[in-house]
Design a protein around this ligand. Structure first.
Ligand code: GSH
Length: 229
């Protein structure tokens, strides 16, 4: 097996790459990284000293590839499947990259801020930073609502890199900050995402670990239970 993905099934950025792999049926070996284990963390940091998951290692080409967006572009270049996740047209590609950045930076990042704050000792919590993160999420939801009224997927009719980023970002965002009731297009897009087989498979693999999620108390029963979305 040429490709090894260093990942953890609960981690949202790992979901982004898993969805891309499953969309194209790309063969890979999974190496579960427990960053709570000091030896496992030290070993993983030898691959990528920043210690951020996932990281792809390609044995055939002798390359270690960190950063989810780069990993997915790498897969498309060197292990293309039937379903390209970046368009060939360069202008369309810019749009896909923009919305990929949007979901990573303005949905996933605020969610991480809110989640990490919950597990900090009370004295080191950051209420101001959490309020800023919640405001960013609210703006992101407002930006997505009209856009998703006009498109099936984040950038049009084709499922893309941007949707790989959107699925885990909105999955965890919707738990820590539920979509406002009037955001029907956003809610409908989320349902399309979770109905996608690649996303269902990723969530099914995460399910045994959901009890470790700091906001598990707010997770909808249907995700805890599994089965049809
Ligand atoms: N920009 C990175 C973000 C990766 C990231 O934040 N991964 C999280 C898991 S969802 C992580 O490894 N966190 C561990 C830590 O910060 O110690 C990417 O796109 O790969």
């Amino acid at each position: 097996m040429s490709l090894t993905l260093y990942q953890h099934p609960l981690a949202s950025f790992c979901h982004k790459v898993l969805i891309a792999l499953y969309e194209n049926g790309t063969a890979f070996e999974s190496h579960l990284v427990d960053l709570g284990d000091p030896d496992a963390r030290a070993g993983f940091c030898e691959l990528w000293p920043l210690g951020k998951m996932p990281v792809l290692h390609d044995h055939a080409r002798g390359r270690t590839v960190p950063e989810t967006t780069v990993v997915i572009e790498y897969l498309q270049q060197h292990y293309p499947g039937a379903r390209p996740l970046l368009p060939h047209d360069q202008d369309e590609c810019l749009d896909v990259r923009l919305w990929d950045r949007f979901f990573d930076l303005y949905v996933q990042a605020p969610v991480q801020k809110i989640v990490i704050d919950r597990i900090r000792p009370p004295a080191s919590r950051d209420p101001h930073g959490v309020a800023e993160a919640r405001a960013t999420l609210a703006t992101a939801y407002d930006m997505l609502e009209p856009r998703l009224g006009e498109r099936r997927w984040a950038c049009g009719e084709d499922f893309s890199l941007a949707d790989c980023a959107a699925a885990p970002a909105l999955f965890y965002a919707g738990i820590v900050a539920p979509f406002p009731p009037g955001h029907t297009h956003l809610a409908a897009y989320f349902e399309r995402l979770v109905a996608r087989p690649s996303v269902q498979r990723t969530l099914a693999e995460a399910r045994p670990y959901f009890s470790m999620f700091p906001f598990v108390d707010a997770m909808p029963e249907r995700f805890l239970r599994g089965g049809a979305p």
